[in-house]
Design a protein around this ligand. Structure first.
Ligand SMILES: Cc1ncc(COP(=O)(O)O)c(C=O)c1O
Length: 295
């Protein structure tokens, strides 16, 4: 028995990938953390819940305020679900081309929207949210997921610990894509605190104009305040079509229906694994593929 759906955030399963890794040496294992099994359907439930809890704890988030943040979609669904469960109103700022499924899902939890230009991508949403907050500072609680240290801290305290334990403390390599960079920063810090020999990598879209929704091409983006690439062992570029192809294979060969950033994560993990003789490589399945099926 549970008292709130929020109790089901985190503690997601780790799955060994056996089909898309065919041909790798016997002693190289690749695992993926199934983050789409969080109640809001993505990894963003973890940081969203933590940033809201910290807002309440610090007194910055009170019942008369609206939770408002720029989000490409998944964090928005997470805020909406958590806001509904805790009794806070939510306003999401996102590019107007955000997927219909995520918009509808956030709306079903009672969230409202402000839209920025599709041409400006996630940076346009960041700029519009800052403007809204500056105009009406008392109306809004803005978690500011790109700069809030509790975003990576959520992953330091939960995702990183779970991965280390679920691999029987054998993990040697970790890789995931950069959106806010909260996941890669928090998990990397935790793993390296456990064992400084664990190698961690970020993957980012190879092209400025890419189709990997949720991920940022850093050279042409507003750099998140929480992003510190110097703690990583490297940043790997990934092409859009490689992410799409792997997402399709994961559904057809492993029964894992995932979004394109998960596809690019697994493709990058396999690329790392191909260079090893022995090792335990872990990546993240960020969200479910049903969010990308056109309606
Ligand atoms: C689909 C998807 N994949 C990956 C990410 C990246 O996660 P992070 O913000 O922790 O870097 C996001 C973040 O918004 C996302 O929506």
């Amino acid at each position: 028995m549970i008292h709130s759906i929020l109790e089901k955030i985190g503690n997601t399963p780790l799955i060994r990938l056996r089909e898309v890794t065919r041909g790798l040496p016997e002693k190289v294992e690749v695992y993926a953390k199934i983050e789409y099994l969080n109640p809001g359907g993505s990894i963003k439930d973890r940081p969203a819940y933590r940033m809201i809890r910290e807002g309440i704890r610090s007194g910055n988030l009170t019942k008369d305020k609206t939770i408002m943040d720029p989000t490409s979609g998944n964090t928005g669904v997470a805020y909406s679900l958590i806001g509904a469960a805790l009794g806070y109103s939510v306003e999401l700022v996102c590019p107007e081309n955000v997927s219909a499924q995520r918009k509808d899902m956030a709306s079903s939890f009672g969230a409202t929207f402000s839209f920025s230009s599709a041409m400006e991508g996630s940076d346009g949403a960041i700029r519009l949210a800052r403007k809204l907050k500056a105009e009406q500072p008392d109306k809004y609680f803005m978690p500011d997921q790109y700069n809030n240290p509790f975003n990576p801290q959520a992953h330091y305290d939960t995702t990183g610990v779970e991965i280390y334990e679920q691999t029987g403390r054998r993990i040697t390599h970790f890789i995931t894509g950069i959106g806010t960079s909260g996941t890669v920063m928090g998990v990397s810090r935790r793993l390296k605190d456990y064992d400084k020999n664990i190698k961690t990598f970020a993957s980012e879209p190879a092209e400025q104009l890419h189709g990997l929704e949720g991920l940022k091409h850093m050279a042409s983006s507003i750099i998140p305040g929480i992003y510190h690439p110097e703690i990583l062992d490297g940043v790997m570029p990934i092409r859009t079509e490689v992410g799409y192809e792997m997402a399709e294979r994961l559904a057809k060969e492993e029964g894992l229906c995932v979004g394109h950033s998960s596809g690019s994560n697994v493709a990058s993990a396999v690329e790392i694994a191909q260079g090893l003789r022995e090792g335990v490589v872990v990546t993240i399945l960020c969200d479910h593929g049903d969010r990308y099926i056109p309606i």
